[in-house]
Design a protein around this ligand. Structure first.
Ligand code: C2E
Ligand code: CA
Ligand code: CA
Length: 393
């Protein structure tokens, strides 16, 4: 197989293929994780994950129909593409028993849907995912949204010019009854895979707006009012009605839309670029500001900034952590700041942990900073106390 191996890379968020596409090949996953989902007749869309060593889309090797499922890379995924014609040529040379076994195994995968037995054909399970455990966590999460287990913490975003708090980023926390605190990076992805992200996102937005009203009355600031930044999964932006619901929640809250920022991660914007670009402009028409989160970690470039018109650019922590010791990182930060200013965007540096980093960022005229040096994400009462003290850094 060596001479014809066709390795492909799918960045996180990439749709590898969609349910109903005609199929040409299967993929042997070498690295990463793929979400497989199928819209059922009952309107539900069960999901399943495939990882290293699994065969994705095996039905393509034996049938000539269409994809029964949709496959999306949820981490950067490397896979060997196996072409149907080449595979069938090789099958003809194989031992008859081997041919029968392969047909039976791949044929099963052709019949199934995600979540049914053998929807996609796992050649070898890495053991990294435990579907039973994921199922339990998923129902726990549905429960948590209705109950009292979820909470938002608020991390201050500081104006580097004045040294005052300019706003807060709302970060979700899950206090699981048995597992303790579950990190958002773990369960936000789970929510995305199981269609809980929309109700979770609406819940978080309402809580964040409630928090902002408390901060604004505690600050009683004369100058620029405080704002709140909410993380929005790009999956929430794919449905026009969901985008409308989010805008309605902001409008009905009584908070000025310009005091609300939706943070979107760049890697997820690239996939479904058209839908996300439309959603961003709809939100901005309503006066809501939009930020490009984790800038510099994905594939963002000049064309990206032109395509997705946004108000704020958040420079990823990885550049801030290295900029003091590494001249190249410093140059990258300087260039990003200059570029964002040319595009009329304001800039937030993420993950500031040292005084040297603040000094360097102030010298570069970076607008805002966020990081443990100012404060970790705080429970709402502590965030209120922070603004009422009018601390200046
Ligand atoms: P993010 O949007 O990049 O959020 C910043 C993360 O960096 C937070 O982690 C925060 O606690 C951490 N952080 C802030 N300052 C520092 C620092 O100085 N040093 C270090 N080492 N870390 C710092 P957290 O709260 O664990 O959130 C992780 C990610 O989970 C977030 O990354 C965001 O992508 C996602 N997330 C959190 N809350 C939500 C939410 O409500 N909705 C959605 N869709 N995603 C969320
Ligand atoms: Ca964020
Ligand atoms: Ca970030």
């Amino acid at each position: 197989m060596a001479q014809s191996m066709n390795r492909q890379v799918f960045p996180a968020g990439t749709r590898i293929y969609s349910q109903g596409d005609s199929h040409r090949c299967a993929y042997l996953i070498e690295q990463g994780t793929v979400d497989v989902s199928s819209a059922g007749d009952d309107g539900k869309a069960p999901h399943r994950r495939l990882g290293v060593g699994d065969l994705l889309g095996g039905e393509a090797l034996v049938g000539s129909g269409v994809r029964p499922v949709t496959a999306t890379a949820i981490e950067d995924t490397h896979a060997i593409a196996i072409d149907r014609d080449q595979f069938q040529d090789r099958m003809q040379d194989a031992d008859e028993l081997l041919q029968d076994v392969l047909r039976a195994a791949l044929g099963n995968s052709h019949l199934g849907r995600a979540n049914d037995s053998g929807a996609e054909f796992p050649i070898r399970h890495s053991g990294a995912e435990n579907p039973a455990k994921q199922g339990t966590l998923e129902s726990d999460l549905r429960h948590a949204i209705q109950g009292e287990q979820l909470d938002l913490h608020f991390q201050p975003i500081v104006s580097l010019g004045s040294g005052h708090v300019a706003g807060f980023e709302a970060l979700v926390r899950w206090d699981h009854p048995h597992h303790g605190t579950v990190a958002p990076s773990a369960f936000v992805r789970l929510a995305e895979q199981s269609n809980i992200i929309a109700p979770l996102g609406r819940w978080m937005l309402r809580q964040a707006l409630d928090g902002l009203q408390l901060f604004q009355s505690a600050a009683r600031a004369k100058g620029q009012p405080l704002y709140v930044a909410v993380n929005v999964s790009s999956l929430q932006l794919l449905s026009a009605s969901e985008v409308g619901d989010l805008a309605d929640i902001v409008r009905q809250s009584g908070v000025a839309p310009s005091q609300v920022v939706f943070e979107i991660t760049e890697t997820l914007m690239v996939e479904n670029a058209d839908d996300v670009a439309v959603a961003i402009s709809r939100l901005r028409e309503q006066g809501i500001r939009v930020a490009s989160d984790d800038f510099g970690t994905g594939y963002a470039n000049l064309a990206f900034l032109n395509r997705f018109r946004m108000d704020i650019l958040k420079i990823d922590r990885s550049f801030i952590t290295t900029m003091v010791a590494d001249a190249r990182s410093q140059k990258i930060v300087e260039t990003i700041i200059a570029l964002a200013k040319d595009f009329g965007m304001s800039i937030v540096a993420e993950g500031i942990e040292t005084k040297e980093e603040i000094a360097a960022l102030r010298a570069l005229k970076c607008d805002f900073g966020q990081g443990y040096l100012f404060a970790k994400p705080l429970p709402v009462e502590q965030a209120i106390a922070l603004v009422s003290k009018k601390i200046r850094w």
